[in-house]
Design a protein around this ligand. Structure first.
Ligand SMILES: Nc1ncnc2c1ncn2[C@@H]1O[C@H](COP(=O)(O)OP(=O)(O)OP(=O)(O)O)[C@@H](O)[C@H]1O
Ligand SMILES: [Mg+2]
Length: 304
């Protein structure tokens, strides 16, 4: 079952004097009932892609199906069944938490007040029920924006950087909420983020987008495997090692940070001994640490 399918999708922003290709021949199949991550650096095209899928923008070329409906022909029907929340707070500033939710529910033809009250409870906003939007803290504004994305009981929710600019404990709380709402309701969530930890924690599958193109797609493990990087070995030394001596078999990439070298390898067991032997010819080893690569490493490599 597919939630969103994109085929040969292009988005070109045209103005009088310039043309910007924001999405370049994207093909994607996003499965239903999971959290799917769109990751990529600033300007990669994440918001553009989400806006097209959420029927807020019309593509230049290509086909998009959302819940098996065509985004250009059936946008009205799609809108009833999806919702979107963005990290840029944009609610009616003079209405309270309750009034905002009630207003948006009514736009969907939902007049049952219990739905609004439940969302207030679900997102822990009871205390702020009668506080105007503009008087809320950034964290509570974001909670309200997320709550609003659920007013119409959507099957598919787009979250464009839902934890942007939040301090770590609030961001963590919201991630847990997103995860539990998705699980409990069995819905599909398509999420963009800059935070690798967030994608690692929440997303079943991930697409990396860079300069409008999908450069990799798969589960977290698929992505790491694809890059042949599995482990990262950090070696602290007392002096510099000549660059030419760092070309060791099985080493995918080397990074240097002051007196520390990071070796990205396919397998620690197979490469550690050789690397340590090579390094110790040129410098004294003061410390060695090993860990698995995380999505941040993959991201840094793909965003080059
Ligand atoms: N309305 C527009 N007109 C012209 N160019 C645009 C428009 N909106 C976006 N762009 C350009 O399209 C590209 C993709 O932008 P988009 O906002 O989709 O990226 P993003 O991945 O969401 O970035 P960020 O991480 O900063 O949110 C960028 O180069 C951006 O400058
Ligand atoms: Mg964006």
């Amino acid at each position: 079952m597919v939630a969103v399918r994109c085929e040969n999708l292009w988005m070109i922003y045209r103005s009088l004097f310039s043309e910007k290709v924001a999405i370049k021949d994207v093909n994607l199949k996003i499965p239903r009932g999971k959290i799917y991550g769109l990751l990529g650096p600033n300007g990669a095209g994440k918001t553009t892609l989400v806006s097209i899928m959420a029927t807020l923008l019309r593509q230049t070329k290509g086909k998009v199906e959302v819940l098996n409906l065509d985004n250009l022909i059936d946008s009205k029907e799609i809108r009833k069944r999806i919702n979107i929340a963005s990290g840029n707070p944009n609610l009616i500033w003079s209405l309270t938490v309750y009034e905002n939710l009630r207003y948006y529910a009514m736009l969907y033809g939902i007049y049952d007040r219990r739905i609004v009250e439940n969302l207030i409870k679900e997102f822990e906003l009871q205390e702020f029920r009668d506080v105007e939007f503009n008087k809320l803290s950034t964290g509570n504004k974001q909670k309200l924006i997320l709550a609003r994305a659920f007013v119409n009981n959507p099957e598919l929710v787009f979250l464009d950087e839902p934890t942007k600019g939040l301090d770590p404990p609030i961001a963590k709380r919201l991630r847990e909420k997103i995860s539990s709402m998705q699980r409990d309701l069995g819905i599909t969530v398509i999420l963009t983020t800059h935070y690798m930890g967030e994608a690692e924690m929440l997303c079943e599958r991930i697409a990396f987008i860079n300069r409008g193109e999908i450069v990799a797609e798969g589960t977290k493990n698929d992505l790491k495997r694809m890059l042949k990087m599995r482990d990262k070995i950090r070696i602290e030394v007392d002096s510099e090692i000549p660059q030419s001596k760092l070309n060791i078999e099985g080493v995918y990439m080397v990074e240097k940070d002051a007196n520390q070298y990071y070796f990205y390898v396919d397998s620690v067991e197979r490469r550690l001994w050789e690397i340590a032997k090579e390094v110790s010819k040129f410098a004294k080893i003061k410390n060695i640490a090993v860990r698995e690569v995380d999505l941040e490493d993959v991201f840094n490599e793909l965003a080059k």
